[in-house]
Design a protein around this ligand. Sequence first.
Ligand code: UDP
Ligand code: MG
Length: 315
Amino acid sequence: MELSLVIPCFNEEENVRPFFDKTVEVLGDACESIEWIFVNDGSRDKTEEALRTLCALTERHVRVIDFSRNFGKDAAILAGLQASRGDYTAIIDADLQQNPKYVLDMLNFLKENPSYDGACAYQSQRNESRPLSFFKNCFYKLINKITEIEFYRSASDFRVLSRKMVRAVLSMPERCRFSKGIFSWVGFRVHYMPYTVEPRHAGKTKWSFWKLMGYAVDGIVAFSDKPLILSSVLGMLLFVISLVMMLVVVIKTLIFGDPVAGFPTLASLILLLSGIQLLCIGIIGQYLAKIYSESKARPLFVIRDEFGSEKEKEE
Ligand code: UDP
Ligand code: MG
């Protein structure tokens, strides 16, 4: 198998068929052999029916992994990568925002440049609101500062990986799967190429602002311990400041006989210090929660059913 396409789907009933037709049109003749691995991530609409119909009608290699509930895009990507058999594996969304012609470009690049094991498409222009763009910029600046690995701005999960790289990604056993970080962490030479994101074919995005924020925190906690160091540094700093303040108060009282500063100072100090304490406990809590979920070692997804096209069953 030359190319595996891994397609996470969550409520994409209207997109499955147009997506499939488009990939056949663009990649069908250009690649020797392709398999489609749709991962139905607990869709609540008729995605499963659409996929069953597709499998019944097509002459191509189509497989479907049907999750028992929604486990998230990262879990769907993992399941797809585990099932993939191609020399190259592409990860692509089902909503046609990512034109399959870029998969061909990435694939051709990797074939022509064997020293590269990954190609990643990044959005050259972002169709998003200014505040969101601002927060994303801040996130990338921060995460690149506090982690050892490099996070490429605007890089998405839209990529093509060699078998070697897929194996490396699958060898990472962690439960908290921040895919972007994992793809960077495994290393290898990765080529970044720009792409223009297209409007969604049907349905709407699954990402709200707060979901993205939570995802950003997950990414930082998974790949950096700097926030913990920050809380210790804050503690030390406050300790030194309080020593100096104590000295000042003692000296002022002994030499000048000044009365102790008033209630407002005290109240704001208490607020400030308890705020910092809560912040630090919160930071530790984030890591503790991650340790908890890693130690439970639950599976990252549960498969309810697996099915495929006739062609797939023949083998
Ligand atoms: N997706 C998924 N599980 C989820 C959320 C999203 O499998 O919990 C899939 C979704 O069906 C789509 C891809 O991930 O194929 C990207 O999602 P979406 O289009 O909502 O994200 P955006 O393009 O807005 O970043
Ligand atoms: Mg999308």
